[in-house]
Design a protein around this ligand. Structure first.
Ligand code: PDD
Length: 286
């Protein structure tokens, strides 16, 4: 039976209850994180907590837990759930009010929820076992604060479903000028002539921790040229390689965009190097 954390207590998942007046339920008024953990070791823990705290500050949600307190909470949750390959989900909503009213109410306590779910074992830099991702492109129809990791994910959910309905793995998104933003639940990189390119951070993109970690690792442990700059849809369609990054996927090779092969339809040589370096150094940072 899985053990979850809710508002200061650890308990069986079946016993965790919150009010329907919780603003997370009524408005999606909250912030979340997903942290990968393998055998009790988290990847990018401090960076995930920093992003959580920045999101809470942006929404003016007063959550007093320090990084050390989050660490204790997460370690206990991981231990209680067997310390295998786990995704740790953290969720802080503004809390429960007595009525549904849009303005931020004063004097309510945030609702703090955390649970673990099983994830696949650590991704490997291996051409034989690499998942080949097939994706579609679409105009980005989400809101204009995509840098905030809000629990209000309906825009992302609808874009993901657009792809899933066609049997595809991800929908990669483009702004009004047809520049790449990100995927519905991933950041996107392309490779052209051995140069690794990804869009710069802005309000259109979630500052992915895997993205951040990968950029650092490539800068410090490879000779690859890396650029953070606007990427047009034509560049994506003509790329030698396309990658998706996220906490659970790490660096994932895309082999098909809108039904067209990427490169020779196989994960590329630069992907292999990037995932190899990521596997080697991911616990050394943040
Ligand atoms: N998704 N962009 C979006 C819109 C995301 O939702 C995510 C993560 C990422 C990658 O971020 P990171 O590298 O920090 O995981 C980019 C998570 C895993 C989710 O919603 O489940």
């Amino acid at each position: 039976m899985s053990v979850v954390y809710l508002n200061g207590q650890f308990m069986p998942a079946s016993e965790a209850k919150i009010s329907p007046m919780d603003r997370g339920f009524l408005f999606g008024d909250g912030i979340y994180e997903v942290i990968p953990s393998y055998g009790g070791r988290c990847v990018g823990f401090s960076a995930h907590i920093k992003r959580l705290q920045q999101g809470l500050a942006a929404l003016e949600i007063d959550c007093v837990l320090t990084e050390q307190e989050w660490q204790q909470l997460v370690q206990r949750l991981i231990t209680e759930n067997g310390a295998g390959n786990l995704g740790v989900y953290l969720h802080v909503s503004r809390g429960t009010d007595t009525k549904r009213a849009h303005a931020y109410p004063k004097g309510i306590q945030p609702t703090i929820f955390a649970y673990c779910f099983d994830i696949a074992s650590e991704p490997q830099a291996d051409m034989n076992t690499a998942v080949r991702y097939k994706v579609m492109t679409a105009p980005d129809l989400r809101w204009q604060r995509c840098h905030i990791k809000s629990t209000a994910l309906l825009g992302n959910v609808m874009h993901h479903q657009q792809a899933a309905a066609l049997g595809l793995n991800e929908c990669i998104l483009f702004d009004e000028q047809e520049f790449l933003t990100e995927g519905s639940s991933t950041n996107v990189f392309i490779v052209k002539d051995a140069v690794v390119i990804t869009p710069p951070l802005s309000h259109k993109v979630l500052p992915g921790i895997t993205r951040q970690l990968l950029l650092k690792i490539l800068h410090e442990h490879s000779k690859l040229k890396v650029e953070e700059r606007a990427v047009s849809i034509n560049e994506v369609l003509a790329a030698d390689e396309v990658w998706l990054t996220s906490s659970s996927k790490e660096v994932a090779a895309v082999t098909e965009v809108d039904g067209q092969a990427v490169g020779d339809s196989e994960p590329g040589a630069v992907w292999l190097q990037a995932q190899q370096l990521f596997s080697q150094y991911k616990y050394d940072y943040l």
